[in-house]
Design a protein around this ligand. Structure first.
Ligand code: ZN
Length: 140
């Protein structure tokens, strides 16, 4: 009987587009926890069926979407827009903004899509500071 090792975490220096690769590995490991004890051909068939079912279910999701973003991403944006309501924005120049909340401060460059919190450039998805700056500059 073969024993399959758990999937290893993937490290990347590039943008991850707000996709948590760690969670994918954990999810697969969790789903295969008991199947790892199966004979290799049965395990392969189990994985094929599981992935086929996942892809089928995922194929239906876009048909129910009402936005350009996925429903999950849309919810994240809505929460961040709510959060940016408590931020103060001061323009530094045409594209750069200083965003403050309580005693913390971030600098957002909308042209370069960067923020000093690093979430904007790492995830390629606007952080709440970037949304506050975009709201100020009437981009949204
Ligand atoms: Zn930020």
């Amino acid at each position: 009987m073969h024993s399959i090792m758990p999937l290893k975490l993937v490290h990347t220096s590039g943008p991850v587009y707000r996709v948590m690769t760690i969670n994918v590995a954990k999810c697969l490991n969790s789903c295969l926890k008991f199947a790892r004890q199966l004979p290799i051909l049965t395990l392969a068939e189990f994985i094929r069926n599981m992935l086929q079912r996942w892809f089928h279910d995922r194929h239906r999701t876009p048909q129910s979407m009402r936005h350009q973003l996925t429903n999950a991403s849309h919810l994240v944006i809505l929460k961040r827009v709510e959060k940016c309501a408590y931020m103060t924005v001061n323009p530094v120049d045409w594209n750069i903004f200083s965003v403050k909340r309580s005693r913390k401060q971030w600098t957002v460059d909308l042209a370069r899509k960067t923020c000093t919190c690093n979430k904007f450039q790492m995830n390629m998805f606007p952080c709440s500071h970037a949304l506050a700056a975009a709201r100020y500059s009437t981009f949204i």
